[in-house]
Design a protein around this ligand. Structure first.
Ligand code: SF4
Length: 509
């Protein structure tokens, strides 16, 4: 009897030891394969299934919802020695017919979770360990199970109750416009906004002078947030000063300098003091600044996540932790879009994602290449996005050929045609030539449908804006858009009469 018990006990121990050894071996092997195949960083919040099996953490900024404004087919904008991760993801997803999967709004990283706490387990390794994830060998012997396991595994990673990301369009849940800008856009009137670079000195004289000069010609001042990596006065202080001087502000907020709590608290504070137009963006890279750039590491939120957080706070009364708030703030949300940087269909996809996340108006980067801009409009049309968010196009009169070269090489997403460079280089009066270039672009833009406004981008030369508005006749211009009672087109505001328009885009542009 004793012998039999000892024998059984030895057998149980041996089996357990063998099980542990086998699991450890599988674990190590799977981890090594994951790292080799996917450059897996073992974050524990895997998006590989969604991102065509390319780890998004290999993006220089570790973006989880799509490319930055500088993404292009040649290289990463920050680190030019390597390709753009998100361009590769889009290209592979397109090959696999899985582009639409990339529309889902993914949560920011939960820093409490990572695989290293469980012995550096990657997703495959977790599958081995827990018997619930994808097993690499299934890819060869049972591909259907392999992909189903990935889907299940991925669903568990992203179905976070505090986030509730999805890939649907969410129309704004309010009826009355919250700002003069929104009111004007809804009524189908053309808007003119001017970008104002805040001063570095604590004086509001320049803003007051500009407000006096431009009153009656522009609708909003758009205050930048430490543009091009140079420290300046905070945008909120400028916005309050602008309100006091009679011009409604648009407050730009870069997520680079704010975590999720700072973002919410700043925007709620902005609402209290009457600033209701918010433009969300990821960041202007510090690479453009005069000093050594800050580390290009990840921000807490990207622009899509910021839009999602702010939309839910306003429309659902839920803060970033998933807690209810009693009094909902009111604001008009915008996003920056980069029509020309990457392929038009990819640029349209990230625009689609921003509209779904909550963008009610879109402000483009300065447009110099109208042909590429029209390609992007066509791609938006294919996605049925024209008119779903108000489109405000940025125009910047170049100062010289060197200025144009700087914009083309250093500002993410700005593309300059070589013919324009040559024109500026051979001009005897580059300043005047730049103004003429801008006037010609405005004339062409006025011919397009679904352009709701113009953003004049003349940092530190805001006086030029007055000349552009006067000479291009923008104040009397009626855009080719449909006045809307609600915010854009969407499920909650369907309108079958609206037919966009590709055919009407001038083909010569
Ligand atoms: S270009 Fe932007 S999106 Fe692409 S890898 Fe670099 S930082 Fe990431």
């Amino acid at each position: 009897m004793q012998q039999r018990l000892a024998h059984s006990f030895r057998r149980i121990i041996a089996e357990e030891v063998w099980r542990q050894v086998r699991l450890r071996l599988e674990l190590t092997l799977a981890s090594k394969i994951d790292k080799a195949l996917f450059k897996c960083r073992a974050c524990g919040q895997c998006l590989l299934f969604q991102t065509a099996f390319i780890c998004p953490l290999t993006c220089t900024r570790e973006l989880r919802n799509g490319p930055c404004r500088g993404s292009n087919p040649q290289h990463c904008f920050i680190d030019r020695s390597r390709p753009c991760t998100w361009y590769l993801i889009y290209a592979r997803a397109e090959q696999q017919g899985a582009l639409e999967r990339l529309l889902e709004v993914n949560a920011p990283r939960d820093t409490r979770v990572n695989c290293t706490k469980a012995g550096n387990m990657t997703p495959h390794a977790q599958g081995c360990w827990q018997g619930c994830g994808p097993r690499l060998w299934d890819r060869l012997i049972n591909p259907a199970r392999y992909y189903a396991d990935w889907e299940n595994y991925h669903n568990r990673q992203r179905a976070l109750p505090w986030w509730q990301g999805d890939s649907h369009y969410h129309p704004p849940a309010y009826s009355e416009p919250v700002s003069q800008l929104e009111k004007r856009l809804r009524s189908g009137k053309f808007v003119v906004s001017v970008e104002v670079a805040p001063p570095m000195e604590p004086t509001g004289v320049r803003i007051a002078r500009l407000a006096e000069q431009l009153e009656g010609y522009v609708d909003t001042f758009n205050f930048t947030d430490n543009p091009r990596g140079v420290a300046r006065m905070g945008g909120l202080a400028c916005a309050i000063h602008s309100l006091a001087n009679g011009i409604e502000p648009v407050l730009q907020v870069q997520t680079r300098y704010r975590d999720r709590y700072n973002l919410e608290s700043e925007i709620v504070g902005a609402c209290l003091v009457g600033v209701h137009n918010i433009l969300c963006m990821c960041d202007d890279t510090g690479r453009l600044g005069p000093g050594p750039p800050p580390a290009p590491g990840p921000a807490d939120l990207d622009a899509v996540q910021a839009l999602w957080v702010l939309r839910r706070l306003r429309d659902e009364g839920v803060n970033v932790d998933g807690l209810q708030v009693e009094h909902r703030p009111r604001y008009f949300l915008g996003a920056v879009v980069s029509p020309c940087a990457t392929l038009p269909r990819y640029a349209a996809l990230i625009t689609h994602k921003k509209i779904n996340a909550g963008a009610q108006f879109l402000q483009t980067l300065p447009i110099f290449d109208l042909a590429r801009f029209c390609d992007w409009m066509e791609a938006l049309d294919k996605r049925d996005l024209l008119g779903k968010a108000y489109l405000i196009v940025a125009v910047e009169p170049p100062k010289s050929a060197n200025h144009l070269r700087f914009l083309a090489s250093e500002v993410p997403g700005v593309i300059v045609p070589s013919s324009m460079l040559t024109r500026m280089a051979y001009s005897h009066d580059p300043h005047e030539e730049g103004v003429q270039v801008a006037l010609e672009i405005i004339t062409q833009l006025k011919k397009l449908r679904w352009i709701h406004g113009l953003h004049i981008h003349v940092p530190e030369r805001e006086e030029v804006a007055l000349r552009l508005v006067k000479e291009s006749g923008l104040r009397d211009f009626t855009p080719q858009v449909e006045p809307r009672a609600g915010n854009g087109r969407g499920k909650a505001d369907p309108d079958p009469v609206l037919q966009p328009t590709t055919r009407e885009l001038p083909t010569h542009l």
